[in-house]
Design a protein around this ligand. Structure first.
Ligand SMILES: NC(=O)c1ccc[n+]([C@@H]2O[C@H](COP(=O)([O-])OP(=O)(O)OC[C@H]3O[C@@H](n4cnc5c(N)ncnc54)[C@H](OP(=O)(O)O)[C@@H]3O)[C@@H](O)[C@H]2O)c1
Length: 232
């Protein structure tokens, strides 16, 4: 069964993705905003979180290190662990990500890969103690991949944590149940020029509706908006 999915994001007032580019607040608290984002991440009590390939590449900067002999690799999935307290999931269709260790901040890494990924890449991930799921369809079927995560790892509550590329894919596919949006008291002003906002570039009109559930003022002028997401 598909996990319950909560998209949790931090944005400037104009939809900027990068806190390091935000304008500072009068009390100089910009550095605290990411900490509040993490605190709410914990409060949302997901048993896994998922990010796009670009965002995971910022957390795992290892280079390629395929084993000399791939040997026999497992398809369509390999689970190095099934007992982790939390899972760090990355969507990496063409196998560009590499890992120096099998966890991100203690959360066990699971990579969702496209069908054409090479055996040598799967062997590298397995040797690193990383888990993976390979798509069984030419294009990644997100719903099917999430079903595997639910069935095999017991993931029932998943936090979707960006960036815009993966967020847009999940919203367009009708997979998101809730949105938790932290608005920082800041402007970015470069986001619009780059055409990149928090929820992709393809447009979501007609694909989803939002209903406001709560609005809470947090420390340092941040606001948390929570919405239920329903089909368009
Ligand atoms: N403010 C926040 O709360 C927040 C949170 C997270 C990230 N960020 C920022 O967001 C930025 C990255 O955003 P981004 O939009 O460029 O990248 P992203 O969403 O992290 O990754 C996009 C990539 O994920 C893969 N992907 C996404 N949807 C897919 C699908 N349906 N099927 C197959 N592959 C799919 C593609 O990889 P391939 O190109 O390899 O095919 C795509 O290029 C980072 O700079 C990060 O710091 C901000």
């Amino acid at each position: 069964m598909k996990p319950h999915i909560i998209c949790h994001m931090l944005a400037s007032l104009d939809g900027g993705l990068h806190p390091s580019r935000y304008t500072e607040s009068p009390d100089g608290s910009r550095a605290e905003w990411s900490g509040l984002y993490e605190q709410i991440h914990n409060d949302l009590e997901g048993d896994a979180w998922i990010v796009g390939r670009v965002t995971m590449a910022e957390m795992s900067k290892a280079g390629a290190h395929p084993p000399a002999h791939a040997g026999k690799v497992e398809r369509p999935h390999h689970f190095a662990r099934r007992d982790a307290g939390s899972y760090a999931v990355a969507l990496d269709a063409s196998g560009k990500l590499h890992f120096a260790k099998p966890d991100i901040g203690g959360d066990h890494v699971v990579v969702l890969l496209g069908r054409e990924v090479e055996d040598t890449h799967l062997a590298e991930l397995a040797a690193d103690g990383v888990s993976y799921v390979v798509s069984q369809t030419p294009d990644i079927d997100l719903a099917a991949m999430l079903d595997v995560l639910g069935r095999e790892l017991g993931i029932s509550r998943l936090l979707l944590e960006g960036g815009a590329g993966i967020n847009g894919s999940f919203f367009a596919a009708g997979l998101v149940d809730e949105l938790s949006l932290l608005i920082a008291p800041a402007l970015d002003a470069r986001a619009a020029n780059q055409g990149v906002v928090e929820f992709g570039e393809a447009g979501l009109a007609g694909k989803m509706r939002l209903s406001l559930k709560s609005c809470q003022t947090l420390a340092h002028g941040l606001v948390q908006l929570r919405y239920a997401v329903s089909p368009g």
